[in-house]
Ligand binder design. Structure first.
Ligand SMILES: *Cc1c(COP(=O)(O)O)cnc(C)c1O
Length: 364
């Protein structure tokens, strides 16, 4: 069986260091907001060339805290992509704001900057681009639109730790970058975890208060906050993984290149990387006319594959109930019908990639 992600192989590779890191937290017994969270925050901020990073409980909370820190709430609107995980838009609905969707570019699966302006209303407060599958969204035109209309930009970086756009790390473009450390993400821990990065001290201070029950000084509460802290054990694990994230991302890129070599010349749309971008291949996602036949053949060969995402957000029951029927998003809808993601993790071997490609080509 070749799974989508093999965390066992990863643990085998890093076991000595991870066991040591976890053991030292158990010895120190500082389990909430201890030294590993503080160090990881420094290290992640430094990776982005930013001054602030704040750990939180998961990637969904990172987005929620970001919206709250930008004072977004009831009756406000945010503009985002319909081709993403539910969390990106769910957080807006949780605080009474409305998620408005703009269609995507067919080549990188990310929000199409040219479709954003038409969605702006006097209620619009922010744009939430997602660097889906590890490929950066087209940030320069997105930032231009945001500046022109005085909108906040919150980057959903959950799938893109280490990605770059025009030489600069994603997460460092907008007002806030939001990370998830869910185990299968390209930087993942062994439970739930998340982080917010920002250059803005005022935003950073607000998020620190919000993640800890609206409290800057213990037992004094200035805001309605959350219990949303990054766990110390998870932070210790993440510091081990962060130290080798460049190697892990480079291994993903090498695997993507091997897939492209093995699958070239067939009736498959392969993932592309814009020349000014560094893709980190959180997912390796094909577009196929006969997706089901290929998925069935892979399954018969005991190879996992997955559809991210089968239903776009503008067509999800929750949003149709809330907002009524939505305008068609043709690019997104055709992607939903055609995408298939293949096993992708740093430890995947060339032999496995050749085997997977062989099964796909036979099934076309
Ligand atoms: C995983 C993910 C999230 C949510 O992160 P959690 O840690 O699972 O809460 C948000 N947005 C995107 C694009 C994701 O892939």
């Amino acid at each position: 069986m070749i799974p989508m992600v093999d965390l066992k192989r990863q643990y085998g590779r890093l076991k000595t260091e991870i066991d040591k890191a976890v053991g030292s937290v158990l010895e120190q017994t500082q389990f909430i907001l201890g030294p590993n969270v503080a160090q990881l925050e420094k290290e992640v901020a430094a990776c982005h060339g930013l001054s602030f990073a704040i750990g939180c409980a998961n990637g969904t909370d990172a987005l929620l805290l970001a919206l709250r820190a930008c004072d977004i709430g009831a009756d406000d609107e945010i503009i985002t992509t319909p081709f993403t995980f539910i969390a990106t838009a769910e957080v807006a609905a949780q605080i009474g704001a409305k998620a408005v969707f703009a269609d995507i570019c067919p080549d990188d699966f990310n929000i199409d900057p040219q479709k954003i302006a038409a969605k702006i209303t006097p209620k619009t407060k922010a744009i939430i681009p997602v660097h889906l599958f590890g490929h950066p969204a087209d940030m320069d035109p997105i930032m231009d639109i945001a500046r022109e209309h005085n909108l906040r930009v919150i980057e959903d970086c959950a799938q893109a730790f280490g990605a770059q756009y025009r030489g600069k790390p994603t997460g460092a473009f907008g007002d806030i970058g939001c990370y998830s450390f869910f185990p299968s993400k390209n930087l993942g821990c062994y439970g739930d975890g998340g982080m917010v990065v920002t250059a803005n001290k005022e935003i950073a201070d607000k998020i620190k208060v919000l993640r800890n029950h609206g409290s800057a000084v213990r037992y004094y509460h200035s805001e309605v906050g959350y219990n949303s802290r990054l766990d110390e054990i998870q932070a210790a694990i993440l510091r081990v993984k962060l130290a080798e994230i460049e190697n892990a991302n480079n291994a993903r890129r090498a695997n993507a290149a091997a897939y492209c070599r093995a699958l070239a010349g067939h009736d498959i749309v392969l993932p592309s990387e814009r020349p000014d971008c560094r893709h980190v291949y959180h997912q390796f996602t094909l577009r196929l006319k006969n997706r089901q036949a290929v998925a069935d053949a892979l399954s018969a060969a005991e190879i996992a594959s997955a559809v991210y995402y089968p239903v776009a957000l503008h067509q999800q029951e929750v949003f149709v109930k809330m907002y009524g029927p939505q305008e068609a998003m043709p690019v997104t809808e055709s992607c939903c019908a055609e995408v298939l993601s293949l096993p992708m993790f740093p430890e995947l071997t060339e032999e496995e990639i050749r085997q997977i490609a062989g099964v796909i080509i036979n099934a076309l």
